[in-house]
Design a protein around this ligand. Structure first.
Ligand code: ADP
Ligand code: MG
Length: 755
């Protein structure tokens, strides 16, 4: 008997060597194997007879190989195979397919699937580039008849057949998977656990796990082929829902746990309100007001805040974060503001100095590139509580900075983190300022609870016990500039409450975006000149993608030299790139900000945070190389003032089809949500945030675009379960579901601390 948790190597037909091949696709256990779903199903229940085929239809044909061979035409090699049923023949051709040369032998039985077409010259029916599978060999057992009978009884024909993606350069074929999975299902332990509470199963009419696993691989003859292809059979729904349900259960539990911890109840009285009003350089938009209200109301509560502030580039998140920081500082607490890059940290620092320091708050910048002496001095200020707002990169928290009294952590993550990373980050941000291992501060508490509760914020163990300061988990506010399609946000940010700034500050004029080939660069430079003549400033962005950092950096520098020495000899041109000394970077940025540079040539380092309202034009070189989200972020640097702004997407060389679609989307819209939707569509959810490393839960069977509705349902049901027990759900069922959820999370994400 096979258990789900059994290593896949013990399943019949696999063994250690093939198990290694499976492992490359993340298939380690029997459970993984059974969740390796067919990507397609073929109706071999009623395979077609050749004479009844019609041009234009998709068809499955089972026939015997008659002959095959490679033909060289002037343009390319063409591989041709003729298959037959009795006297009828069907021609199949593949272009450029020399690799098929020795694939077929006369007498083999093949299943062919593809679109039937009429040959333009002979009018004969044929299938071009069909998918195929050799399912038997009529020469194996001598007589063709008995072979055909054997095949008919097998897993290959006479039923709806699952088609799997091959693995290991074709070593593990669809046929191989069919056999192994079928055998594994036959040997599977009869008592599969049912971790989903009965009420939830009832609400969604879920079938049992055993039935779902069988039918997703081996559908009944009557199953709708369309439902199968679109993963909408009861079997698919059961497996997909289950996966989503346990992810959502984990997220929901995390939320509840966070809410149950001791936080800081900040006082929000008239004097604090007045302090906030005092710093505001403008009237906040309605969306900004709403966001602040939501944040402030969290901060007043005695639980730690875990809130996401989402808003397009330029929507004015920074000022809202500063307002929140004032609440904490006015209550006598320190605030840490963490940015993903040093440049962005510097940018925040400039703004904070302008807005907060001017109002009397003490702001420091702590970055890795500072001199050691200076760092030590700043750390001392922080530890002594002299510094009220500490701005730095994320390295800040990794280095265990000692705070005197940390009350709030603001994370500006732009689009770099997903939920899993954040779990780790939040754990750390709870450790921020702990200064010592919290286990030492609370000698009797088990290490696993170290990050929970009243960690000794910024004091040594002894001090913490002596301290009478009211401490608690700091509030956490996460800012992101990535507009996230709503349902994705449910998963990515399922652990956070969300505030959205969906309105731009007034006085913005829409950005005009154009796409041109770099053959027309002289016209573009002419236009740049006009902008500068009108008193404005211009960005010229050059892509540096990490893989070829060296060569591309050189190209960017060359570009700068070309622009400054030849094209704009009379203008002031500056250069900014990631490899420059921080001091120099800061100097260049300041010059640009003050308007002392007309043109800033830069790599993508300006992507985040830079804020120069007088910059009205951006030229993006090799725009075809950038991702959509990145282009959108870049463009957000202009259009920040009242003057009309222009974004020129310059392409160099050939543009792929997806590239065209990205550029086209940029020209058509500047709505971040629309762009995000398209980006998601072009890249798929896995790639939307980079890769798995972006912290997106990766799914075995679910697909966040296709399964949006199931995701919503899973979230709803997970919340209902945790609100129990009640008449519908017993405590036993809840416990069972939670136990199961923990093993899943641990296995999939290696996160033990969830739940
Ligand atoms: P984000 O961080 O969301 O990309 P910022 O906070 O940098 O956006 O704000 C973009 C620009 O808009 C800044 O120059 C900021 O001073 C300005 N701004 C923000 N809110 C308002 C407002 N309510 N009215 C006018 N200008 C605003
Ligand atoms: Mg910003």
């Amino acid at each position: 008997m096979l258990e789900l948790a059994t290593s896949v190597q013990y399943a019949k037909g696999i063994g250690p060597r093939l198990a290694d091949v499976l492992a490359t696709k993340g298939i380690h256990t029997v459970d993984d194997l059974l969740h390796y779903l067919p990507f397609r199903y073929e109706d071999r229940l009623n395979p077609r007879s050749i004479p009844e085929l019609r041009a234009g239809e998709m068809a499955t044909v089972i026939a015997e190989v008659r002959n095959s061979g490679l033909f060289r035409t002037r343009r390319m090699p063409i591989f041709q195979m003729t298959a037959g049923q009795g006297r009828s023949r069907l021609k199949c051709i593949w272009f450029n397919a020399t690799y098929l040369r020795d694939k077929f032998k006369p007498g083999q039985i093949v299943a062919l699937y593809g679109k039937v077409e009429g040959d333009s010259r002979s009018g004969e029916l044929q299938i071009v580039q069909p998918q195929f599978e050799i399912i038997g060999d009529s020469s194996e057992d001598g007589a063709a008849d008995s072979a055909e009978q054997k095949i008919a009884a097998s897993l290959e024909i006479g039923r709806i057949v699952p088609i799997y993606e091959s693995i290991g350069q074709g070593r593990l074929t669809p046929r191989w998977f069919r056999r192994v999975i079928h055998t594994a299902l036959e040997n599977l332990t009869p008592d599969l656990p049912e971790p989903i509470p009965a009420a939830v199963r009832r609400h969604l009419s879920l079938i049992s796990p055993r039935e779902a696993l069988w039918k997703v691989h081996w559908p009944d003859a009557g199953e709708s082929l369309q439902d199968l292809q679109s993963s909408r059979t009861p079997a698919h729904i059961r497996l997909i829902f289950e996966e989503l349900f346990f992810v959502e259960l984990g997220l929901e539990l995390k939320r509840r746990e966070q809410k149950a911890q001791t936080g800081i109840a900040f006082r929000l009285d008239e004097s604090v309100r007045a302090a906030i009003k005092k710093i505001l350089p403008f009237h906040p938009t309605a969306a900004q007001k709403r966001a602040l209200k939501e944040i402030a109301s969290d901060m007043e509560k005695p639980f730690p805040m875990r809130r996401l502030l989402q808003g397009d580039v330029g929507s004015g998140k920074t000022i809202v974060a500063f307002e929140a920081a004032i609440i904490a500082m006015e209550n006598g607490y320190q605030v840490a503001l963490m940015a993903p890059t040093e440049i962005l940290a510097q940018q925040h620092y400039f703004s904070a100095r302008r807005i907060l320091e001017a109002a009397g708050y003490r702001v420091v910048l702590l970055t890795g590139s500072l001199e050691d002496d200076r760092k030590r001095e700043i750390r001392r200020h922080i530890a002594q509580g002299n510094a009220q707002l500490v701005i730095g990169t994320h390295a800040l928290i990794e280095q265990k900075v000692e705070f005197d009294k940390l009350g709030m952590v603001i994370v500006d993550e732009q689009h770099r983190f997903g939920v899993l990373q954040r779990f780790k980050l939040m754990k750390k941000s709870s450790d921020v300022g702990a200064g010592v291992s919290p286990a030492r501060a609370e000698p009797n508490s088990p290490a696993s609870t170290a990050h929970v509760g009243t960690a000794s914020l910024g004091r040594t163990g002894e001090d913490a016990r002596r301290s009478t300061v009211s401490t608690g988990e700091p509030d956490v506010l996460v800012m992101t500039a990535t507009p996230i399609p709503r349902t994705l946000a449910l998963t990515l940010y399922g652990d956070l409450d969300v505030s959205v700034i969906d309105e731009m500050p007034p006085g913005r004029t829409p950005i005009v975006t154009r796409c041109v080939s770099d053959e027309r660069s002289s016209e573009v430079w002419e236009f740049v000149r006009k902008q500068v003549a009108a008193g404005h400033q211009v960005y010229v962005v050059y892509p540096v993608i990490e893989e070829n950092e060296e060569t591309e950096l050189k190209a960017a520098i060359k570009m700068y030299k070309e622009l400054s020495n030849r094209i704009f000899t009379d203008l002031k041109v500056g250069l900014l790139h990631g490899r420059m000394e921080p001091d120099l970077k800061e100097q260049v940025m300041r010059l640009f900000q003050k308007g002392e540079l007309d043109i800033l040539v830069s790599t993508t380092v300006i992507e985040v945070g830079v804020d120069v309202a007088n910059a009205t034009m951006m030229v993006i070189e090799h725009a075809e190389r950038f991702g959509l989200a990145q282009l959108h972020q870049l463009r957000g640097r202009i259009g920040r003032g009242a003057a009309k702004s222009y974004c020129v997407l310059m392409t160099g060389g050939k543009v792929s089809e997806d590239g065209e679609r990205r550029l086209d989307a940029m020209v058509r819209t500047s709505d971040g949500f629309q762009i995000a939707e398209l980006d998601l569509e072009l890249r798929g959810p896995g790639e939307f945030f980079g890769t798995r490393q972006a912290g997106m839960p990766s799914f075995q069977v679910a697909n966040l675009i296709r399964d949006r509705q199931l995701l919503e349902a899973a979230k709803r049901e997970a919340a209902a379960v945790l609100a129990g027990p009640n008449a519908e759900i017993s405590q036993d069922e809840i416990n069972r579901a939670l136990r199961y959820m923990r093993t899943r999370w641990q296995k999939t994400y290696g996160l033990v601390e969830v739940g």
